[in-house]
Design a binder for this molecule. Structure first.
Ligand code: FAD
Length: 434
């Protein structure tokens, strides 16, 4: 007798757990397969987790989810070799009963989420790699094969939540290979420090947290971002740049991280820490234009595997959870109508996703990836250097008349980019941002 499921979910990351939990909670017979030793063992995130999107799936998550700190302060830094110019936003309003953003550690968080998935009734098998999608004579996906003995496993629908590389979908011909300019490679270290040291250094107390996100000369002219996130007893510090830029410049990600750690603005924040973990992972960066076909006969794709990542706002896990939930809700609706899981019926997933913030946000920034990729040197080196010089010129009191200082700053901008260049950069940025 062949065992059949309503749905098979491939992957136990944010998107897979959201999909599996939503379907199992509605009474569907769900099998979730995860290649890692345990859920989260393979997964990397900064990590900021956005509460609103999890609340829509697990409303009482705050009761037992492993949350590190809730964010009361966010700093955006533009850096050069010796300085940073920053916009900081801190508000006591973020000290609310149900905070909006938390730092998390994915290895712990995914384990918790998976316990909830099991609690909702799904069968979760770890250390099981899906090796192939099984199709019927007409090409409809009807199940999967794994690296375990025992043949194929069948289901009405397969949810591909396999993360950014999406090898199964690519090998199965559901989408194209990732392009190096549409994906970033990020490296990250966990720096452990006593809780009170973190609180002192970042001016936070209790479970309050602070994050820093930075661009500038730290990415050596490549399109990239550095980040520092406070956890309870550790700091996550990392940097990521486009894979195409790493390849063209022959830069090493670890060398960038090393330089970031030694930057005079960062070094004192991690001084005396013990590094216990090092991780590297890819991040989808192609935005709206990189979204592949999202559904077909017997399958849907969610999360990073569907390239649903908002690089401008550094959001990924929330898009992953939301797409997983929406895919599950679409599947539930098709099932309730007793309709088959055909491409035509599963199109409902895309219709619903298009109406959500996920696609609306990505569509808003559809031209941003190309702009940043083709103008990396200007946006990630030239302008940060100019901003830094301008800030120092403004701050330094040396007897130079202010009018001369202003003229010198304006002249530096014109010399670096020309009047036409400045106007054209501003227009292109404004157009890509709107
Ligand atoms: P994943 O979490 O990658 O999960 C995919 C799962 O599928 C994995 O568990 C994997 O083992 C499993 N799998 C893959 N192939 C198979 C197979 N063949 N068989 C069985 N299992 C398989 N997002 C934010 O919202 N906030 C942040 O601060 C943030 N920071 C980030 C920092 C870094 C350094 C990185 C790399 C990413 C960051 N992101 C952030 C993005 C976020 O991590 C992702 O968007 C999110 O993890 C995507 O979830 P997912 O479920 O789609 O994929």
């Amino acid at each position: 007798i062949k065992e059949e499921f309503d749905a098979i979910v491939i992957g136990a990351g944010m998107s897979g757990n959201a999909a599996a939990y939503t379907m199992a909670s509605d009474g569907l017979k769900v099998l979730q397969l995860e290649r890692g030793e345990y859920p989260g063992s393979k997964n990397v995130q900064g990590a900021i987790m956005y509460a609103n999107m999890l609340e829509k799936i697990v409303p009482d998550f705050r009761d037992d989810a492993p949350l590190e700190r809730h964010l009361v302060e966010q700093r955006l830094w533009v850096m050069d070799e010796t300085s940073h110019t920053g916009i900081h936003y801190r508000s006591d309003d973020f000290n609310e009963v149900k905070p909006n953003r938390y730092t998390i550690i994915r290895a712990q968080f995914d384990k918790w989420f998976s316990r909830r998935v099991r609690g909702a009734g799904a069968t979760v098998l770890c250390e099981t790699t899906v090796t192939e999608l099984v199709r019927d004579a007409k090409g409809k996906v009807i199940g999967v094969r794994t690296d375990r003995a025992g043949g194929a496993i069948y289901a009405d629908v397969v949810v591909l939540a396999e993360g950014v590389c999406g090898l199964l979908g690519t090998r199965g011909g559901l989408r194209k290979m990732l392009k190096p300019e549409a994906v970033a490679l990020a490296v990250k270290e966990m720096h452990f420090l006593p809780e009170e040291v973190i609180e002192q250094r970042f001016g936070v107390k209790g479970s309050e947290g602070c994050v820093i996100e930075a661009i500038g000369t730290i990415s050596h002219g490549m399109a990239g971002l550095g980040f520092l996130y406070t956890n309870k007893e550790s700091i996550s510090l990392g940097i990521g740049c486009l894979v195409s830029d790493f390849a063209a410049k022959m830069e090493s990600p670890y060398a960038l991280l090393d330089a970031l750690k030694n930057h005079p603005s960062i070094r004192p924040l991690i001084a005396g820490s013990e590094v216990k973990e090092y991780a590297a992972h890819l991040i989808p960066e192609g935005g709206y234009k990189a979204i592949p076909q999202l559904f077909g006969d017997g399958w849907v794709v969610v999360g990073d595997a569907a390239q649903l990542n908002n690089a401008v706002h550094r959001e990924g896990s929330n898009l992953a959870m939301t797409s997983g939930r929406i895919a599950a809700e679409a599947i539930i609706q098709v099932k309730r109508r007793n309709d088959p899981m055909t491409k035509r019926n599963l199109a409902l997933y895309k219709t619903m996703l298009d109406k959500s913030f996920v696609v609306k946000d990505l569509r808003k920034y559809k031209d941003m990836p190309a702009l940043l990729h083709t103008n990396a040197r200007n946006f990630f080196t030239t302008y940060p250097l100019l901003m830094s010089q301008a800030a120092q010129n403004f701050m330094r009191v040396d007897g130079t008349p202010k009018i001369e200082k202003e003229k010198a700053t304006t002249a530096a901008f014109i010399k670096a980019r020309s009047r036409l260049g400045l106007v054209s950069d501003a227009i292109r940025l404004a157009l890509a941002w709107r």
